[in-house]
Design a binder for this molecule. Structure first.
Ligand code: ADP
Ligand code: NA
Length: 330
């Protein structure tokens, strides 16, 4: 099997995934199943970097897995597992902690944002070292490509730096991965403030489309998306970020190019674009929600998929960890 490896992780924290997660990351997970030896993990270790309710976390991890399957992940063509089922993540994470400079970790902008939001005093050390655990997640699978949204670019750079550092100090051990970020959808914007990314932690309820919400609710959010005072439907991220964001979402969900959509809506108003996009979205989320419910309604099958995934992941992770432990002198 000479396919390149892909690895990505997604947090179970919010319950429902949002449209940014789907278009920025999960769509690529689905595509890379065809070309890569692909590993996808629900990162519950990352989820406890902020306070969690245990029963809720357990339910949300399964819900996350159900949504990934409903999105099109096929357990026969990729490896899907829960991070805590594979203890090697925490074990390699420790080694990576000991290779990372304190100043280097302090420069991670996502930590600064998240800890500012929590109040610096209430932030955990786990939140601080989160990106380093993420490094271990990726290096354990010798991943070549890491499908993520634009906001993860700095963490992938850190991963590359630490892989190089380990290899330089102890000898060739880890594959140095590349971020796999699709330019068009790497950053989906908040519907109410199209200058910032749609985000489970920062967006207001009206700014974020949650995939498991009632389709009617999501349609309404699309219809009240912030645009601009012009009327022309044209892709221009600088001058028309709201309209451009809607065009990106529309284009990605339907496969119509931006050019085609600009032509289709020539001389028509924003209302027409929003009404049609709302419909496109409802048509996509309705079967997605049904498939998610089907997986949740069949816990035996879901648990079987995750157990098999953990076994497959562990075989690879254990081999890499043994190699790394040997190199550091364990
Ligand atoms: P959030 O950023 O909402 O907290 P996660 O950190 O769990 O969500 O992100 C999961 C994946 O979704 C990551 O690969 C991330 O880069 C991607 N992602 C999150 N928000 C967006 C967005 N607005 N546009 C594109 N990709 C996104
Ligand atoms: Na993120």
């Amino acid at each position: 099997l000479d396919r390149p490896r892909a690895l990505s992780g997604i947090q179970p924290t919010a319950g429902s995934f949002h449209l940014g997660n789907y278009l920025g990351a999960i769509r690529q997970y689905v595509a890379l199943q065809e070309t890569h030896d692909a590993f996808y993990t629900v990162v519950d270790l990352h989820a406890i970097t902020v306070p969690q309710d245990p029963a809720e976390l357990r339910a949300n991890s399964r819900l996350a897995a159900a949504q990934l399957l409903a999105s099109g992940l096929d357990p026969d063509r990729c490896t899907l597992f829960i991070q805590s089922h594979v203890p090697e993540h925490a074990q390699l994470g420790w080694v990576m902690n000991c290779l990372t400079g304190f100043g280097e970790a302090s420069r991670m902008t996502q930590f600064k944002d998240k800890s500012a939001k929590q109040g610096a005093d209430r932030s955990t050390v786990g939140l601080f070292t989160y990106p380093i655990l993420q490094v271990a997640d990726i290096l354990l699978y010798q991943a070549n490509h890491v499908p993520v949204g634009e906001d993860q670019r700095q963490h992938i750079e850190l991963t590359r730096d630490l892989a190089d550092r380990f290899n330089g100090r102890f000898g060739e051990t880890f594959t140095v991965p590349d971020a796999y970020i699709v330019k068009e959808t790497g950053k989906i914007y908040d519907l109410q403030d199209p200058t910032v990314k749609m985000s489970k932690s920062a967006s207001t309820p009206k700014g974020i489309v949650n995939l498991l919400d009632e389709p009617k609710v999501s349609a309404k959010k699309i219809k009240s998306a912030v645009t601009d005072l012009e009327t022309e439907i044209r892709f221009d991220e600088e001058k028309k970020p709201g309209v451009s964001n809607l065009l990106t979402i529309y284009s990605t969900l339907t496969g119509d190019s931006i050019k085609e959509l600009e032509g289709k809506y020539e001389g028509k108003g924003y209302g027409a674009l929003k009404t049609d996009l709302a419909e496109v979205l409802v048509e996509w989320v309705t079967p997605f929600r049904e498939r998610t419910q089907e997986y949740l309604g069949d816990p035996g099958t879901l648990d079987g998929i995750l157990a098999k995934g953990a076994d497959k992941a562990r075989a690879v992770a254990a081999e890499t960890l043994a190699l790394a432990y040997d190199k550091v002198g364990f």
